[in-house]
Design a protein around this ligand. Structure first.
Ligand SMILES: C[S@@+](CC[C@H](N)C(=O)[O-])C[C@H]1O[C@@H](n2cnc3c(N)ncnc32)[C@H](O)[C@@H]1O
Length: 206
């Protein structure tokens, strides 16, 4: 198949051409949050095609990305190679995997497992993976979509659920906003929950 032109966007949304299949835009909440952070070690859970991890690496972060899909990881590695970016992408199931390090930034965008034991294990792992002073960013379709019967609540999240899991963290952002969101090749206007929190450096949250 002929390679298509694709773009990974900078915060200014300037496209950068690369000879790989198209990848989605970099997450806007990630871009906003990272503006205030010094680069460190970052982990993208359910990284998909790697656009967020690669963007972070280009901002000077040391980045790891995991995804259960070998095809997604292959594609992430291809895009990283096209940008000459050093990022470590691994096939892993976030419901059972345990990272070796703690991270200054842990990210999950539209990749939470369905509600239940798998989600609980993943969120506990994500919580433990955040270093003292580090940041967690979670974005997911909001629970209100379930009330409209548009989608099963199992696949949605409420910011209150996340606040309970990240008890003891400082909440930096907890919001639900109607946002343009890509689902496959479709674009819908949907309520998206954004949760950003920082692990305190005092003993309570270590
Ligand atoms: C909707 S995509 C989002 C990808 C990316 N985070 C983004 O924002 O574009 C969800 C991703 O989660 C991955 N995923 C689903 N279940 C997973 C699991 N148990 N462990 C790791 N990755 C998983 C899928 O393979 C897919 O790449």
């Amino acid at each position: 198949m002929a390679a298509e032109h694709a773009s990974v966007h900078t915060p200014e949304r300037a496209p950068i051409d690369t000879e790989v299949t198209p990848v989605p835009d970099v997450d806007e909440a990630l871009v906003e949050t990272v503006t205030d952070l010094a680069p460190g070690r970052a982990l993208d859970l359910g990284c998909g095609r790697g656009q967020n991890a690669i963007w972070l690496a280009r901002q000077g972060w040391t980045v790891g990305g995991v995804d259960i899909s070998p095809a997604a990881i292959d594609e992430s590695r291809d895009v990283a190679a096209a940008f000459d970016v050093d990022a470590l992408f691994e096939v892993q199931d976030v419901t059972s995997w345990r990272p070796r390090y703690r991270y200054d930034l842990v990210l999950s965008t539209f990749a939470l497992p369905a509600k239940g034991a798998g989600r609980s294990r993943m969120l506990d792992m994500a919580r433990e993976a955040v270093a003292p002073g580090g940041t967690i960013i979670i974005r997911e379709l909001d629970i209100s979509l379930g009330r409209d019967g548009w989608m099963s609540e199992r696949y949605l999240v409420s910011t209150d659920e996340l606040e309970r899991v990240f008890d003891g963290f400082r909440i930096d952002r907890k919001a639900v906003r109607i946002t343009r969101h890509a689902i496959g090749t479709d674009e819908r206007v949907l309520p998206v929950a954004t949760f950003v929190a920082t692990r305190r450096t005092d003993l309570r949250s270590l």
